[in-house]
Write a protein that binds this ligand. Structure first.
Ligand SMILES: [Zn+2]
Length: 112
């Protein structure tokens, strides 16, 4: 079973991808065309994943991604890779059904 923070991280990638492949600049830059079937395929995958995330986490995720285009940061050398603040000493990685947030910038933390 995948952990909650792993699911949030993948959901973030999906959100970024969807924004990217529907953006005018991206399409102009790459010469790609909007592929409607690919988009609906991704949308479907996204819905499936959202259904596996408890509503309180999903609400917070949506608020973060809509506002900052980022909702999850990978923990690297005991620091948040979004704001580069050191995490409090002795912070424990959450169990698989929980996700914790950075106490400085507020994004979810993914512990690799
Ligand atoms: Zn942070």
């Amino acid at each position: 079973m995948k952990s909650l923070s792993e699911k949030l991280l993948v959901l973030q990638d999906i959100e970024i991808k969807l924004k990217e492949i529907t953006s005018k600049e991206y399409l102009e830059k790459t010469g790609f065309e909007i592929d409607e079937s690919k988009i609906s395929e991704i949308e479907e995958y996204k819905k499936k994943l959202e259904n596996e995330i408890p509503p309180q986490y999903l609400r917070r995720f949506k608020a973060l991604i809509n506002r900052y285009n980022r909702a999850v940061a990978i923990v690297y050398e005991d620091a948040c890779s979004n704001c580069f603040s050191r995490l409090p000493k002795g912070i424990k990685r959450p169990n698989d059904n929980e996700a914790i947030t950075c106490n400085v910038c507020g994004v979810f933390l993914y512990f690799p």
